[in-house]
Design a protein around this ligand. Structure first.
Ligand code: AP5
Length: 208
């Protein structure tokens, strides 16, 4: 099963992806995580991507599509993937259709005020990548590895608003694109992570 997670910045895609990958044995393909790894390692792609990511803009389609194509061709992806943050443009959606068969697109629907609240409290472990929120984790270290937590460079308030704008312009139209293809399922993302995952489980298990 190949699943696409669609949702605005801060909707909870990464959080839901961890739950789903654990439950269904899917491979988590997050283009945001992949780009951040390239930036950390200062690869050629990372150096090209940094200015876009830090400013809250989209990295050019050609770079992203090639990165995802290579990743999806790797053997561990053959049993099923969960795409988080890809596609984000019409060109990426077309390219994905030619690379892989998509079985389901889950759109996580969250109001803008909640997105901003979620992003402004997000803290991330620089070592193991675990994501926290200050509302339920008020320590400054990772509960798993003890490393200090940090705020993502693109989570600054002015960049967050830009990312939401970029999402509305480029990615929101994909909701209609996948609805027309009969692949879209909408999930109310306003509840707790556990409630959102329960709703998704019902949808996935109905389909299987
Ligand atoms: P990316 O990393 O994909 O960022 P994003 O889509 O903006 O999404 P986020 O990671 O901000 O949020 P999320 O939905 O995963 O929420 P999370 O689970 O962390 O992309 C970053 C950048 O990379 C882009 O801006 C772009 O520059 C570039 N890029 C990436 N892909 C690209 C592509 N395809 N094309 C071009 N450029 C690309 O949750 C957020 C917070 O809320 C956390 O603190 C979490 O604990 C909390 N939370 C989660 N769920 C809930 C809940 N149900 N209730 C309460 N709190 C919750």
């Amino acid at each position: 099963m190949n699943v696409v997670l669609l949702g605005a910045p801060g909707a909870g895609k990464g959080t839901l992806a961890s739950q789903m990958c654990q439950a269904y044995g899917l491979r988590h393909i997050s283009t945001g995580d992949m780009l951040r790894a390239h930036m950390r390692e200062a690869t050629a792609l990372g150096l090209q991507a940094r200015a876009y990511v830090d400013a809250g803009k989209l990295v050019p389609d050609a770079l992203i599509i090639e990165m995802v194509r290579e990743r999806l061709n790797e053997p561990d992806c053959q049993k099923g993937c969960l795409l988080d943050g890809f596609p984000r443009t019409a060109a990426q959606a077309e390219a994905l259709g030619a690379i892989a068969k998509i079985d389901m697109v889950l759109y996580i629907d969250v109001a803008v005020e909640a997105l901003v609240k979620r992003i402004s409290g997000r803290r991330v472990c620089g070592k193991c990548g675990t994501v926290y929120h200050t509302s339920w984790h008020d320590r400054e270290e990772c509960a798993k590895c003890g490393e200090p937590l940090s705020i993502r460079e693109d989570d600054k308030p002015e960049t967050v608003l830009r990312r939401i704008e970029v999402y509305n312009q480029n990615t929101e139209p994909l909701i209609g694109y996948y609805r027309e293809k009969g692949l879209l399922k909408t999930v109310d993302g306003s509840g707790t992570p556990e409630e959102v995952f329960e709703a998704v489980k019902t949808l996935v298990e109905k389909r299987v």
